[in-house]
Ligand binder design. Sequence first.
Ligand code: 1PR
Length: 589
Amino acid sequence: MEAAAYASFTSFATKSLPFYSISQSSIINLRQNCHKNTLKSKSPRNLVICASSGSSSGSVVTLLDYGAGNVRSVRNAIRYLGFEIEDVRTPEDILNADRLIFPGVGAFASAMDVLTKTGMAEALCTYIKNDRPFLGICLGLQLLFESSEENGPVNGLGLIPGVVGRFKSSNGIRVPHIGWNALQVAKDSEILDDIGDHHVYFVHSYRAMPSDDNKEWVSSTCNYGDDFVASIRRGNVHAVQFHPEKSGDVGLSVLRRFLNPKSRGAKKPTQGKASKLAKRVIACLDVRANDKGDLVVTKGDQYDVREHTKENEVRNLGKPVELAGQYYKDGADEVSFLNITGFRDFPLGDLPMLQVLRHTSENVFVPLTVGGGIRDFTDANGRYYSSLEVASEYFRSGADKISIGSDAVYAAEEYIKTKVKTGKSSLEQISKVYGNQAVVVSIDPRRVYVKGPNDVQFKTIRVTKPGPNGEEYAWYQCTVNGGREGRPIGAYELAKVVEELGAGEILLNCIDCDGQGKGFDIDLIKLISDAVSIPVIASSGAGAVEHFSEVFMKTNASAALAAGIFHRKEVPIQSVKAHLLKEGIEVRI
Ligand code: 1PR
């Protein structure tokens, strides 16, 4: 599932689109329909193309949006580049577009279902077959192919030969594919001309494969386990599997080149080097209201965020929007906000946090994660909010991923007890609607030393450094409510279960190491990153550039996150990356 947003997608379609009741049979006939190039009438199933109509303004772009999370990011990027957006409401709007961006989000089947029922599928085929300027993004690329294995087989628009299949974790790779890769440019594609060796951001579990049948379309490939189609180009029709709106400056250049063909120079694309998935460096902002009620970035020592002074104030390390913008400019591959008092305050009552997200996403074009307080909630007036509603509000406000802490612990405990997936936990509900790759589980474990490996029912490890009483073993106890309460479940058990319940990534903190600057807990990170096949973000304890190379060399972490050293300006993000490059670890530069 690619960032599925079926719920909002169908509700948008039902409310806004007059053609929703059209029969589903056209899915089957779609391919034939696409090959008929004799469309004459203006009925939704038989559309005429207006070669240049709609807005004649060169600064307007038409967007096919069905109300899902990361479309906000595309909107922000388009606006940032100085263009206005006109939304598609009817199939005619597609045909009348001067240039069309289709940031496909959602599961393949539900996307096809709505496109077909609304008459959009046929309009898209006509538009593309007439070589009108088109840019598909992510699922917007996959839907052009014949079919997908995602919950399928399901027929696609059938314009490009090939089947979209799932990455195979048996190839030794983590699925979803989340992160930054360089491309192998296969042919001149104009919009990729600035990419060269730069990395771009991918987040997906399914991919199309290059073949002899589709080679006239494929403009670049990427290697992740095997070679997959990273972009296609034929005439004015472009589509990319990566997210240009989340790929920093180089991603913005892809959009700019599509939106403004005049800016395309005669420059020839440089061939990217073969690349592995780059290790990510993430800046984390723990956010909460201080005693005056202002939302500030704070930072704890082992989760204690108060100054040890008479006033006992919440430590204030800066303003969230400003710091996030700074980290983006400094080269952070992602920015995470953790609303650390979300467990006791209702996040939707916390409008400043939503404002922070909205403002940040207008200027920060790398992935944004937000966590804190994602759970079912009943407010003082008795109004019930599901965790899905809370998450949806975060997505609508600009988050690309949400992170669940305490509620994931309760869900995992319940699942271990009952062995039943109810489908009702926040984790299951949000991943079903938005896709696994949009759901991070944040684990807050504390190390508990024991004498022998079998002293507790939880997974223990032989520790590198013995405990205070010479203990040679430890387990990692999960906590909830910002480390305030220990729970009867280990980090190992939690990680395995949340992967099963739909987590796409694990943010692995360690209360013992948090804010200490003595390095990551390598024992813990190795334990968890070896136990799951989803990406693991190592967190807590970074104090020097060497700590980053150590964690990547000794564990299978996909990313390393730090807070204090960046906030206190002790180590710039670029120094971390320069060090990693020097050590032969691939990073995005
Ligand atoms: O339980 O779903 O409401 O989520 C609450 C979220 O807030 C969790 O992700 C939890 O980790 C976080 N949180 C709660 N209390 C604190 C606290 O510090 N008092 N922050 C807290 C956790 C840990 C890291 C930190 C790294 C790196 N922060 O994210 O940024 O340890 O720090 P360092 O580089 O300075 O060592 P829910």
